[in-house]
Design a protein around this ligand. Sequence first.
Ligand code: UDP
Length: 474
Amino acid sequence: MGSETPIHILLVSYPAQGHINPLLRLAKCLAAKGSSVIFITTEKAGKDMKAVNNITDKSATPIGEGSLTFEFFDDGLKDDDLIKIGFDGFSKQLELVGKQFLSQMIKNHVESNEPISCIINNPFFPWVCDVAYEHNIPSALLWIQSTAVFTAYYNYFHKLVRFPSDSEPYIDVQLNSSLVLKHNEIPDFLHPLSKYQFLGELILGQFKNLSKAFCVLVDSYEELEHDFIDYSSKNSILMRSIGPLFKNPIIKDANNIRGDFVKSDDCNIIEWLNTKPKDSVVYISFGTLVYLPQEQVNEIAYGLLDSKVSFLWVIKPPPKEMGLKEHVLPNGFLEETNERGKVVKWSPQEEVLAHPSLACFITHCGWNSSMEALSLGVPMLTFPAWGDQVTNAKFLVDVFGVGIRLGYGLMENKLITRDEVKRCLLEATTGEKAEELKKNAGKWKKAAEDVVAVGGSSDRNLDEFIEDIKKCGI
Ligand code: UDP
């Protein structure tokens, strides 16, 4: 492979952490396998990434046999424009300026005799496939949620099964021949009672454009979601499972190239974990977008106090534009838990989840967090808020056998009390149930290691994807 002229691949990411992380991991994998990869997102996201991660734009960094370059485009918005134009306006603006930027970039590459061979996007940017199509360049989608969730959107879009509607909001959904989702277990952007249906529309935009992408890549793996991957293939979608991307050993040396927007305020997290016994610490994080009501934060804090477990808790400040107040912890909480607890604004999550001191993870069940914990063998207490998180929680608990259900999603509007928090924490950390969760989690960890090793299903799928691009011959 080394002496071949590298193919040039563009990856275009929506500027959210949960979108950038998996696409950047894919970018590194493709580079490590010999491609010249260009990772594109907005300048605002790029500014945060550069401030925290010491990355530069416009210059190629060698990774394995290939290279990775960052390019950022100006979204043309001032800081407070977002409040005025809302999410819908923001999406339209990104499409307008993003299309121009991408077209120009493609032309520049043609002029410099380095034509683009493939363009890959992630959901919320369906227009990227249109640009690729106009320029006659093959495009692919990196689906960054589970394959089961992909199946739910696919079935909804093509009206293949009945979903909750205004007249029947509480019906179950038969997702495939063996799995039924209750109305509150479907991705809730598809629910008629959800406040976030506009996000569902945006994701469905990707399904309108699906025929323009020659391949759908998923950050999941065969052993975990075989039936759903198979189902998509039967529907004539070329689906390739290539996850867990973050665990692929070929990008081990590129660990320092990260897309974090935030730096931890505490550099001693891993050192602190090193002082804790094996399987003793509960890690708590609700991802980058979910903000729990203050009342719920109080209950979690009291649950931690009462259960006496050690914990690492990420409490992030809300972004300015959300107009929310910072969470406060109960009086005396930090003093009382000084020895056994740590509260931070951001954590190096991959490293934390890989640490032997971890006992379990209270998670909002974002797919990246779920995939990271699953493939590092960490049991979970599921506390979803919205979207695919509620579906992921169902799978983590009832299908993969690695979780205990703690929360039910914000749509349910149910306060989880300190007693429930304590009960679930103790169940997940001591006794028979804890053993069972740990055993199942270990099984998924082993499977994850196997699929990304040389010759494993995800590694092979990635190679075949690159071969597909080469066969297209651009
Ligand atoms: N993350 C992290 N440190 C934190 C919180 C989050 O590194 O303190 C990373 C996490 O590892 C994951 C991503 O941010 O890769 C969050 O994505 P996810 O899909 O779990 O949730 P989202 O933020 O999109 O809701």
